[in-house]
Design a protein around this ligand. Structure first.
Ligand SMILES: [Zn+2]
Length: 402
C-alpha cells in the first residue's frame, strides 16, 4: 500500500465521473484540498483527512504538501511511429504554399511513408521511445499510438510490433494502447480503398490479432481516402474478431462519419470539424467519445470544430494531441488543451475531463480517469501552487514523476 500524504490539491473529477463526462458545469471539478490518499497496485482504497487505523504498514509514503495531483493525463490520439520529418513543408506553408505546391515539393503523407519505409525497425523504435518519453515528461501516462505510415503488409506488420515493443518497455508506468491503422491512406498501386483493405488491411489485422498485439482498429474515413462503405466493411471485419474500432471522420466534410461510428459502437470518432447536427445527436445518444484535435487546426491555420455544439448536446468530448509529422507536430497535450479552452469555450471541468476521464473512455479504459475509490491508481503529479497554475502557464511544465 502507498500513502500520498497531505496533498495540497487533489483534482478528483468525481462529479464528472458520476455524470459520465457529459453536461459538465464548473462545479463538476471536485477539487479537494489537504487530503491524503491510499492505494495499492490495482485500486484507490481511501481518500480523506484522517487516516483510518486499519491502514498501516505502507510500503511507501510520499509527502504531497507541495503537489497538485490530477487523474492521469491521457493522450488518446497520436501517430508517433514515423521516420523523417516535414519541417520544410511547414516552412513552405507559412510562406504561402498550398496543398498542391506542397505535394509537388515532395511533401504530404507520401513523404512520411517513404521516410518510414526507409527507416530500420531499430531507428523507428528509438524515435518512438524518445517521443513517448517526451510526452510522459508533460505528465501524460497513457498514450494511444497508431500505426499507418508503412502502407504495405511487411512495414505495417513491423510498425504494430514496434508499438508492442514500446508498450512492453514502459509498462506499467506508461500505459500504451496499440491502434492498428494500416487504413490511413490508399497506396498508389490500388485503384480504390476496398482493394487495399482486402489485399493488406484485413489479412494483416487477422495476423496481428492472432498474435494478440493490437487493441483497437482505426480508419481514415474521408473523401479521397476510405469511403463510408469501406469504413463499415472494416468495422464489421474488426468486430467479428472482437476488436474495438474508432475512426478519423468528418474532417474535410460531413460524410456521416460520426453517425456511422456510433452505429458500430466505436470507442471514439476523431476530428469532427464538419459533423452535422444529426451526427452530434448520434454522439450524444451513444457511448462513443468525440475526440477533438484542436492542435491540428492551430498548426495548419485551419478552422476548429464547433465544440460548443458537442458540449451543449451532451456529447462526451475528449481532446487529443494528434501528434504527427505533417498536420500537427505538437506533442504537448496539456498546452494544446489549455489554449483550446478559450477557443472552444470550455469550463475547467470540461477541460480537465477532456484530457483525463473522457480521453480514457476514448480508449475503452473505464477504470481510470477520475480519482475515486475502486478505480485504478493512475495519477499525474504537478509541482505548482494550485490547479489553476497548470493551465495558466501555457507551455510551462510543472509535471514531476513519482
Ligand atoms: Zn490522426
Amino acid at each position: 500500500m502507498i500513502l500520498l500524504k497531505n496533498i495540497k490539491e487533489l483534482l478528483t473529477l468525481e462529479s464528472a465521473y458520476k455524470k459520465d463526462g457529459r453536461h459538465l458545469t464548473k462545479d463538476d471539478l471536485s477539487l479537494l484540498k489537504d487530503v491524503s490518499l491510499i492505494h495499492d497496485e490495482k485500486k484507490i482504497l481511501w481518500i480523506g483527512k484522517d487516516i483510518p487505523s486499519k491502514y498501516s504498514n505502507f510500503s511507501k509514503t510520499i509527502d504531497c504538501s507541495n503537489l497538485v495531483i490530477t487523474p492521469e493525463l491521457v493522450d488518446s490520439h497520436t501517430h508517433i511511429v514515423f521516420g523523417g520529418d516535414r519541417s520544410f513543408e511547414y516552412s513552405l506553408r507559412i510562406d504561402g504554399a498550398d496543398y498542391e505546391d506542397i505535394a509537388k515539393a515532395g511533401g504530404g503523407i507520401l513523404n512520411t511513408m517513404n521516410a518510414t519505409n526507409n527507416s530500420s525497425k531499430e531507428e523507428l523504435f528509438k524515435l518512438a521511445c524518445e517521443r513517448v518519453e517526451r510526452l510522459h515528461s508533460y505528465g501524460v501516462g497513457t498514450i494511444e499510438i497508431k500505426s499507418g505510415y508503412g502502407l504495405n503488409f511487411d512495414k505495417e506488420y513491423e510498425l504494430s510490433h514496434i508499438i508492442n515493443d514500446v508498450k512492453k518497455k514502459y509498462s506499467p508506468s506508461i500505459q500504451i494502447i496499440n491502434t492498428y491503422m494500416a487504413a490511413h491512406a490508399i497506396p498508389k498501386k490500388y485503384s480504390n480503398g476496398k482493394e487495399y483493405i482486402d489485399d493488406v488491411v484485413i489479412p494483416l489485422m487477422k495476423k496481428l490479432n492472432d498474435e494478440g498485439i493490437i487493441d483497437v482498429v482505426d480508419i481514415f474515413h474521408e473523401d479521397g481516402y476510405f469511403s463510408y462503405d469501406d469504413t463499415e466493411y472494416l468495422f464489421k471485419e474488426a468486430q467479428a474478431l472482437g476488436l474495438s474500432v474508432k475512426s478519423h471522420a468528418d474532417e474535410f466534410k460531413d460524410n456521416d462519419g460520426a453517425a456511422l461510428a456510433c452505429q458500430y459502437k466505436a470507442l471514439s470518432t476523431d476530428h469532427l470539424l464538419r459533423t452535422s447536427d444529426k451526427g452530434i445527436q448520434a454522439l450524444a445518444n451513444s457511448d462513443t467519445v468525440a475526440c477533438l484535435l484542436p492542435g491540428t487546426g492551430f498548426f495548419l491555420g485551419k478552422p476548429q470544430a464547433d465544440a460548443k455544439k458537442f458540449f451543449n448536446a451532451g456529447v462526451k468530448v475528449a481532446i487529443g494531441s494528434d501528434y504527427n509529422p505533417g498536420s500537427c507536430h505538437w506533442d504537448n497535450l496539456l498546452m494544446i488543451a489549455s489554449i483550446s479552452a478559450t477557443t472552444y469555450g470550455m469550463n475547467m471541468a470540461q477541460l480537465w475531463s477532456a484530457i483525463t476521464l473522457n480521453a480514457s473512455h476514448a480508449l475503452g479504459l473505464k477504470n481510470q480517469g477520475a480519482i475515486v475509490t475502486g478505480l485504478a491508481p493512475r495519477f499525474s503529479f504537478f509541482n505548482c501552487p494550485s490547479i489553476d497554475h497548470i493551465t495558466y502557464h501555457w507551455g510551462r511544465n510543472f509535471s514531476i514523476s513519482q
